[in-house]
Design a protein around this ligand. Structure first.
Ligand SMILES: [Zn+2]
Ligand SMILES: [Zn+2]
Ligand SMILES: [Zn+2]
Length: 328
């Protein structure tokens, strides 16, 4: 399906050329230009862009990668080292001395009034007798070690995990493909045709507009005949899916409008066809050939044969469906 916001987004690409990810100082990523174009009912910008890329409408070009907390999905993780024994980050690199007797300890333990003295064998030491090196010592447990473990720490939920457990998110720059341009033109032509057909039937129409009632929602076309108190809303889809259409029909009912669904592929899911057969919904196919027309015939994804409307359906199909106020 394509929501009004998504269509707006793809249309903007014709002018703008590309959507780039914005990476902020704290490492979080957003597609802010995209977020502004989408509506509340739409998915998150990255998910919308990915979906259009998977469909070939958009091309994605690698920009960089960010890592996300596996617990809370926050971006912008911090690197830290931890004690390999207890996992505590309070493992600090310090200078340690090693005496030939075998004792190793922090420099402070060896310091005496006159110089260095081994706390184990109590021998006074010349500086040549001792070996200084850097070692990690844990302040939480007695462990000392040369190589600490690597962890990433989430700024948001404070969880720590090995770097490989972080979720890798690839950032892309998105552009419109040639196929995407055609796709866009087809959706827009379907929308325009729906608006024109309704205007011919004395409806006042608005394209990509918000219907404000108890609930507000963006629709592809809103058509109103105030005189007759008749209202239609139009949704454009490639292949209308049951879930989306159920939602669309529920919204139409809530604002006392008749729902019209235009399929640009000529196909709908079987449950959508069932709704249309019960006249709860009008389903039309956008036929691109010639000027572009809307036809009251469509196929269902579950059956191979075309749906053949009966005589009654033919008469009431398309936008001539009997409205709530008995309009023909
Ligand atoms: Zn987290
Ligand atoms: Zn010693
Ligand atoms: Zn420790």
């Amino acid at each position: 399906m394509v929501s009004p916001g998504e269509l707006r987004l793809i249309d903007t690409l014709l002018e703008d050329g590309a959507f780039e990810p914005d990476i902020s100082d704290d490492g979080s990523v957003s597609y802010s230009a995209v977020a502004e174009l989408l509506d509340e009912i739409d998915d998150d910008p990255a998910a919308v862009l990915e979906r259009f890329a998977a469909r070939g409408v958009l091309a994605d070009e690698f920009v960089s990668k960010v890592y996300v907390c596996p617990e809370c999905a926050t971006e912008g993780l911090q690197y830290t080292t931890v004690c390999p024994a207890c996992g505590d980050p309070r493992a600090i690199e310090t200078t340690v001395l090693e005496h030939v007797c075998g004792y190793t300890g922090p420099e402070s333990e060896f310091e005496s009034e006159t110089g260095y003295r081994c706390p184990e064998c109590e021998q006074d030491l010349e500086s040549v007798d001792i070996e200084k090196r850097l070692q990690y010592s844990c302040q939480e447990c007695p462990e000392s070690f040369d190589v600490p473990d690597d962890r990433l720490r989430c700024r948001e939920c404070s969880s720590m995990f090995p770097p490989l457990e972080a979720i890798e998110r690839v950032l892309y720059r998105y552009t419109l493909t040639a196929g995407g341009e055609e796709w866009l033109a087809r959706q827009q032509a379907a929308r325009q045709t729906a608006a024109e057909v309704l205007e011919e039937r004395r409806f006042e129409t608005e394209i990509d507009t918000t219907v404000d009632d108890e609930t507000s929602r963006q629709v592809h076309v809103l058509a109103e005949d105030r005189l007759m108190g008749d209202r239609r809303i139009v949704s454009i889809h490639e292949t209308p899916a049951t879930e989306t259409i159920d939602e669309f029909c529920a919204f139409a009912e809530s604002i006392d409008a008749h729902p019209v669904v235009v399929t640009t592929s000529g196909t709908v899911e079987a449950d959508v066809a069932r709704r249309a057969e019960n006249s709860e919904l009008t389903v039309l196919t956008f036929d691109e050939s010639g000027e572009g027309t809307l036809e009251p015939e469509y196929e269902t994804t579950e059956s191979v044969g075309a749906h053949r409307p009966g005589l009654f359906e033919r008469l009431t199909a398309a936008l001539e469906v009997t409205g709530r106020n008995g309009r023909q």
